[in-house]
Design a protein around this ligand. Structure first.
Ligand SMILES: CSC[C@H]1O[C@H](OP(=O)(O)O)[C@H](O)[C@@H]1O
Length: 365
C-alpha cells in the first residue's frame, strides 16, 4: 500500500482538481458529485458498490475514464466487503456486482474495459484459494487503474500539446477535464498541458446541452486554473470557424472503434462537420482504454436518456410545452474521414486508423 501512496504523492501536481480518490483510512471510495458544480463542491463516499453504480447511472460521476476508474473501485468494494467464506461464493458475489456495474451506462467502453481487467485479476488468483489474497490483489489493481489513468492523461497532454500552436483558439465540447477522469483530463488535459508549457491559448467551451457539462464543468475547471475561456452555445462553432475566431476543435470520446469511428457527447459530429467544412483540424483525445477492439462501428451502443433532461434545465426549469415528447441520445458517432487525429497516451493515431490502431495496440497491422 505504501508504494501506491508514494506513486500518488508523485502525481499530486497533476491533481489540483481531485474528483475521485480512495480513502485509505476508511477503506471507502470518494467522489465529487459533478451534478452540483458550479454551485457546490460536495464529496460523497461509500463502501457499497450499489452506491457507486447509482452514482455512475445518475451521472454524479461522468466521463468515460472516470466511469472506468469508478467501476474498478466499485468492483473492488464488492470484493473486499464480501462476506463469502469460500472463494466460489466470493466469485458469485463479485459477478453479481460486475453485472450491476456493467448495466449502468452502455456507451463508455472504459466501463467494460475496467470491469474485465479486475475480473481477470480474480480469475488469475482463483487457484490460490485464498480469500484475503484475492481481495488485496483486486484492490491493488483498482489502484493501478486509477494511477494509470492520471499518468495516461499527462502523457496525452505531452503528445497533444504538440498540435496546439501558440495563440491557438480552441473549441471544446462537453467536459473532458479532471472532472471526467481520475485527474488532469483528456482533451482538456491536452489544453491544460499546453497552458502549463506557457502557450498562449483561448478556449471556446460550448455549453453542451442538455446537461451543460461545458458551461458547468469545463468553464469551472478553466476558471480555477486561469486558462482564458469564453462560453458559447452549442450552435456557435460554425460562426466561430467562419469568422476565423477558432483554429481547431479538440474533444474527448466514450468509445472509439479500430476503424476510427468516435462515439462522443451528442453534438460532437456537428462540431466535426463545422471544422471540416472550414478546413480546420478536429482532434479527439482519449486513452486506449476507450478503444473498443472491433472493426464494426455498429457495435457502438448509443445511450438514450430520459426526455426530461431535454425538456427541463437540470431538472428545474421547464423550457417547452407540457406533454412535449423529446428524443435524448446522449452520444453521436463521428466518422473517421473527418477526424484529423486521435491523441492517446501512446501517441497520436492518424489515418488509416485500422492499420495504425492495430500497429499501436498490437504491434502489427
Ligand atoms: C474524458 S470524458 C469523455 C466523454 O464522456 C462524456 O460523456 P458523459 O458526460 O455523458 O459521461 C463526454 O462525451 C466526454 O467527451
Amino acid at each position: 500500500m505504501e508504494d501506491i501512496r508514494n506513486e500518488l504523492d508523485k502525481l499530486e501536481e497533476y491533481l489540483k482538481i481531485k474528483p475521485l480518490y480512495w480513502d485509505f483510512d476508511k477503506g471507502e471510495f470518494v467522489w465529487i458529485d459533478t451534478r452540483l458544480i458550479p454551485w457546490k463542491e460536495l464529496y460523497r463516499s461509500t463502501k457499497d458498490y450499489h452506491r457507486v453504480a447509482q452514482a455512475i447511472k445518475e451521472m454524479e460521476i461522468r466521463g468515460a475514464p472516470a466511469i472506468g476508474v469508478s467501476a474498478a473501485y466499485g468492483l473492488a468494494l464488492a470484493t473486499i466487503y464480501s462476506n463469502a467464506s469460500k472463494v466460489d461464493d466470493l466469485l458469485k458475489d463479485v459477478k453479481e456486482a460486475y453485472n450491476v456495474l456493467a448495466s449502468t451506462r452502455p456507451t463508455a467502453y472504459n466501463l467494460f474495459w475496467a470491469l474485465n481487467r479486475l475480473w481477470n485479476v480474480i480469475l488469475s488468483n482463483y487457484e490460490k484459494n485464498d480469500l484475503e489474497d484475492i481481495k488485496q490483489n483486486v484492490l491493488n489493481e483498482a489502484h493501478r487503474v486509477y494511477i494509470e489513468d492520471i499518468k495516461n492523461n499527462v502523457n496525452m497532454g505531452k503528445y497533444g500539446s504538440k498540435i496546439i500552436e501558440n495563440n491557438s483558439r480552441i473549441i471544446t465540447h462537453c467536459n473532458t477535464g479532471a472532472l471526467a477522469t481520475a485527474g488532469f483530463g483528456t482533451a482538456l488535459g491536452v489544453i491544460r498541458y499546453a497552458f502549463y508549457e506557457g502557450k498562449s491559448i483561448h478556449v471556446y467551451a460550448d455549453e453542451t446541452r442538455p446537461l451543460l457539462q461545458g458551461a458547468r464543468l469545463t468553464i469551472w475547471e478553466l476558471k480555477k486554473e486561469g486558462i482564458p475561456s469564453t462560453l458559447v452555445v452549442d450552435g456557435a462553432s460554425g460562426l466561430l470557424f467562419s469568422k476565423n475566431m477558432a483554429d481547431l476543435a479538440i474533444v474527448g470520446a466514450d468509445r472509439i472503434t479500430l476503424t476510427g469511428h468516435v462515439a462522443n457527447k451528442i453534438g460532437t459530429f456537428n462540431l466535426a462537420l463545422a471544422a471540416n467544412y472550414h478546413k480546420k483540424p478536429f482532434y479527439v483525445a482519449a486513452p486506449t482504454s476507450t478503444v473498443h477492439p472491433t472493426e464494426n462501428p455498429n457495435d457502438i451502443v448509443i445511450e438514450e436518456r430520459s426526455q426530461d433532461e431535454v425538456t427541463n434545465i437540470m431538472g428545474k426549469l421547464n423550457i417547452t410545452v407540457d406533454g412535449t415528447e423529446a428524443f435524448n441520445p446522449a452520444f453521436d458517432i463521428t466518422p473517421p474521414e473527418i477526424v484529423e487525429g486521435i491523441i492517446t497516451e501512446k501517441g497520436i493515431v492518424k489515418k488509416p486508423y485500422l492499420n495504425n490502431f492495430k500497429a499501436l495496440l498490437y504491434g502489427r497491422q
